[in-house]
Write a protein that binds this ligand. Structure first.
Ligand code: GAP
Length: 499
């Protein structure tokens, strides 16, 4: 991860937000290449899910329409959705260091519980933190790790009385951690000039609710018929207790969500359909099948809206920081009619749908494939990162051409003998259609290295032969092959590969 994070900074994919002021934990900015990459993933999703959605289980094309709703909605929305009461994480404070941790992210290391022995806490997945715990516990118990009877346990599994014997991740003495208490993850703000509780509002923690709020509007204006979907891409905000793992868990991020409305009797079929469709989509974006898996949520992980007995499946990716385990990329949830019925109850507006063929009025059930655009970008960055000692860059980003931020580069081999003029003309033509880079600085090897790190699939070089044979050299990022191609064929050649 350290190497990937460094490359992302160096090559303009991702920067820490407010960096010149020391940054702000949990917030990130996307640089020029990161913005292109993220937009390409977003556009691929929009194309494959909204403009040209998949074929349904009955062999017919399905119907999905798009939406772009407000980030700030009437605060009653979040009471109805259950987020005011139920969108909480358990939080533990350290009285000594003033640090704050998510209780369910803390592990403790210690021996069999006699009611007296110390336990040392560390953050799950933090190898250095665990090493520290091993060292301190060994020193305290005067025993080596090999001889000790220690085990690793989640902090939340400890009885309350054991907490006073736990040494916090950043302290040396026990008893500084508070009991876990619930912490609401929504960011609060004020609407208008009066800053009082009456004007309080929330930044949306998911894009989904904007879709439920517009269910009637879409049905009335778009002539859609159940089953159909509404899709939205946009920012969501969560005041995460411990943002971590780069952009994996941040406080401001983007989601790509579909709410699929269907009749209750068909919900199970659609649930299976969406689990399969979404897993395949991530694989089509270049995530290899052995690094992607589907996992059913355990009963104690289910969100407040998940329908009992049906649950949620996650599409998971093996991120470097979760490996050999997997981390959530997308959740596919069966929300039942929870949201529409809650909004009907709270707004007192009828949200039922009249199904003409069935001659039945009902609240549709909802299957929700909810993907993280920011997490998807991270997964694609991790997957693309390919070390290769034989190259000048030592690493290249093996993006699929569809998502690559730069589709091709044009170089004059040297800046004389008419080469810059020919290369400039080719660049002018190609950039009308795709993001193309022109680079005439430094040696050709350094230019290839820059493009390898940016994940640019092809480079076209104009050399001294071009004047005579009207051809350029195409260098392929992955195979490193170098072939000659007629200059007037370049546009079609590229169009073919970027179809
Ligand atoms: N509407 C349902 C919903 O929001 P979720 O599982 O809480 O479900 C969906 O979020 C997706 O949003 C996750 O699978 C993940 O990809 C992304 N996501 C959630 N919290 C995130 C965070 N703090 N940082 C980055 N991405 C996040």
């Amino acid at each position: 991860m350290d190497d990937l994070v460094a490359l992302c900074k160096r090559r303009g994919f991702i920067y820490p937000a407010s960096e010149i002021y020391g940054g702000l934990n949990g917030f990130w900015d996307y640089g020029p290449l990161g913005t292109e990459l993220k937009n390409n993933i977003r556009d691929a999703w929009w194309h494959d899910m909204v403009r040209c959605p998949p074929i349904g289980p009955d062999g017919e094309p399905i119907s999905i329409v798009g939406l772009d709703s407000s980030i700030i909605q009437n605060p009653r929305v979040w009471e109805a959705s259950g987020h005011v009461d139920g969108f909480n994480d358990p939080m533990v404070d350290c009285r000594e260091t003033k640090s704050r941790y998510r209780a369910d992210h803390l592990m403790v290391l210690g021996g069999e519980d006699t009611g007296e022995r110390r336990l040392y806490a560390y953050l799950a997945g933090d190898d250095e933190g665990r090493d520290r715990a091993v060292k301190l516990l060994g020193k305290y118990e005067k025993v080596s790790a090999e001889e000790a009877d220690w085990t690793d346990r989640p902090l939340v599994d400890l009885p309350a009385a054991a907490l006073e014997r736990v040494v916090g991740p950043d302290t040396k003495e026990p008893g500084s951690l508070t009991e876990p208490r619930q912490f609401n993850l929504m960011f609060k703000t004020f609407v208008g000039a009066l800053q009082s509780e009456d004007s309080a509002a929330y930044l949306r923690p998911e894009t989904a609710q904007g879709i439920f709020l517009n269910f009637n509007n879409v049905v009335d204006t778009m002539r859609v018929k159940v089953p159909f979907g509404i899709a939205q891409v946009g920012k969501a905000f969560r005041n995460e207790v411990t943002p971590r793992n780069y952009i994996f868990r941040s406080r401001e991020f983007e989601q790509m969500e579909i709410e699929w409305f269907c009749h209750e009797s068909e919900a199970a079929t659609w649930f299976d359909f969406w689990c399969e469709t979404r897993r395949k989509w991530w694989e089509s974006m270049g995530l290899t099948s052995d690094s992607v898996q589907m996992r059913r949520h355990d009963a104690d992980e289910l969100a407040h809206y998940a329908k009992e007995g049906c649950g949620t499946f996650d599409v998971e990716y093996r991120f470097p920081f979760t490996s050999p385990d997997f981390g959530e990329l997308e959740g596919v949830a069966h929300r039942g009619n929870y949201d529409l019925s809650r909004h009907m109850e709270f707004s007192k507006k009828k949200l039922e749908y009249f199904d003409q063929p069935r001659n039945e009025r009902y609240l549709p059930h909802v299957i929700e494939p909810s993907a993280g655009l920011s997490r998807g970008t991270l997964a694609i960055l991790c997957e693309a990162f390919t070390p290769d000692e034989a190259r000048a860059s030592k690493v290249y980003m093996k993006f699929q051409p569809r998502v690559a931020p730069i589709k091709a580069a044009v170089f004059p081999l040297v800046n004389k003998d008419g080469m810059p003029e020919i290369a400039g003309k080719l660049y002018e033509t190609l950039r009308q259609r795709w993001p193309i880079q022109y680079d005439a600085k430094q040696s050709i090897g350094k230019r290839y290295a820059r493009m390898d790190e940016a994940g640019c699939p092809w480079c076209f070089t104009v050399d001294s032969d071009t004047v005579n044979d009207q051809a350029v050299t195409v260098r392929d990022r992955d195979s490193l092959s170098q072939d000659r191609l007629a200059i007037d064929q370049v546009e079609n050649w590229l169009a073919d590969r970027l179809k």
